[in-house]
Design a protein around this ligand. Structure first.
Ligand SMILES: N[C@@H](CCC(=O)N[C@@H](CS)C(=O)NCC(=O)O)C(=O)O
Ligand SMILES: [Fe+2]
Length: 306
């Protein structure tokens, strides 16, 4: 006998879920990075945002446990991956996008201003003529205001520079993947001292995200735990919570006060542990540089240049 009340309730739930992304997060402990798998419950089409390739700088070895956990989830949920989205060229971890593309398919995408980042780091690492600095290592370059779909989910791209010149945020349904603009309210904001970074620009980008409706869900790219504060990692908040409580950028903090604070704090921060390997791989959409004539791939360490 059919249970008509349950049938009606199921129809109601499916209607309520239409357009609302289902979000699964994966936290990478060594780099404090959150990777997201976002899917449309109606069509099971999916995007993977900011994946991590494990890298041990002491041995120079790559490994795949973080990406393999994502792959296992995608397979278990029977999702079709259309997009491998990057919020920016990360300076703290290597992207696993090419590995995931090989295993799951999907297009690798980043913001159009990646070409600026490619110019700067191509020069620093003295990359050869094989390294095209026109963004063509990526399958898709987004500009501010671009829109696309993940199944029936609507996505809008926001250019949110400041941490890097190419940073973008993805607005997927009612959720924003903010990249490295702001962090949880009790941690504040991203650093703005990388090449092409700028605290004043970051202020405007973060406030732009915070002009979205108060109930908008925000998903961070990292959580580093505030010193002397909470001990559990979290990465989801709302526009309202950030506006009322973000220690660096809540409502009422002026642009000049933010810039003074950000520049003073940045002067105290060490370079990320994996910045040199990360940027020379991530500028190539996560591909390793071409192997040497002995078949081994090398990453460079510029001495006294950064
Ligand atoms: N300790 C971390 C720091 C990484 C780092 O600098 N992260 C950037 C984002 S890529 C940031 O904005 N950090 C803010 C902070 O450390 O306060 C590492 O070595 O990887
Ligand atoms: Fe970053």
């Amino acid at each position: 006998m059919t249970d008509s009340a349950i049938a009606k309730a199921s129809t109601q739930i499916a209607a309520a879920q239409a357009g609302v992304p289902f979000i699964k997060s994966f936290f990478d402990g060594p780099t404090f990075t959150v990777t997201y798998v976002v899917h449309d419950p109606e069509t099971r089409r999916a995007a993977i945002i900011d994946s991590v390739l494990n890298f041990d700088p002491a041995s120079g070895r790559t490994s795949f446990s973080s990406a393999d956990a994502v792959i296992a989830y995608v397979e278990e949920k029977e999702l079709t991956v259309d997009w491998l989205l990057e919020t920016h060229a990360h300076a703290d971890h290597l992207s696993a996008a090419p590995y995931l593309q090989q295993k799951l398919g999907g297009k690798i995408a980043i913001g159009e201003h990646i070409v600026t980042v490619q110019q700067v780091f191509g020069k620093l690492f003295n990359a050869g003529s094989d390294f095209e600095r026109d963004g063509s290592d990526f399958d898709q370059l987004w500009k501010d205001g671009d829109q696309f779909q993940i199944g029936n989910l609507h996505v809008t791209v926001l250019h949110v520079p400041g941490h890097t010149p190419a940073c973008i945020a993805y607005v997927i349904g009612d959720a924003v993947f903010v990249g490295d603009t702001m962090f949880m309210p009790d941690y504040g904001t991203a650093r703005a001292d990388f090449p092409g970074g700028d605290a004043r620009t970051l202020y405007h980008s973060a406030r732009r995200i915070l002009s979205l409706p108060p109930e908008t869900r925000l998903f961070m790219c990292h959580d580093y735990l505030p010193a002397g504060g909470r001990t559990d990692y979290v990465w989801e908040t709302t526009v309202e919570a950030e506006r009322s409580a973000n220690i660096h950028i809540h409502d009422g903090i002026s642009e000049d006060d933010f810039v003074t604070m950000r520049e003073a704090r940045d002067a105290t921060l060490d370079m990320p542990r994996l910045i040199l390997p990360s940027v020379q791989v991530n500028m190539r959409a996560g591909h390793l540089p071409p192997a040497d004539d002995n078949g081994i791939t090398y990453l460079k360490i510029p001495v006294n240049a950064v």
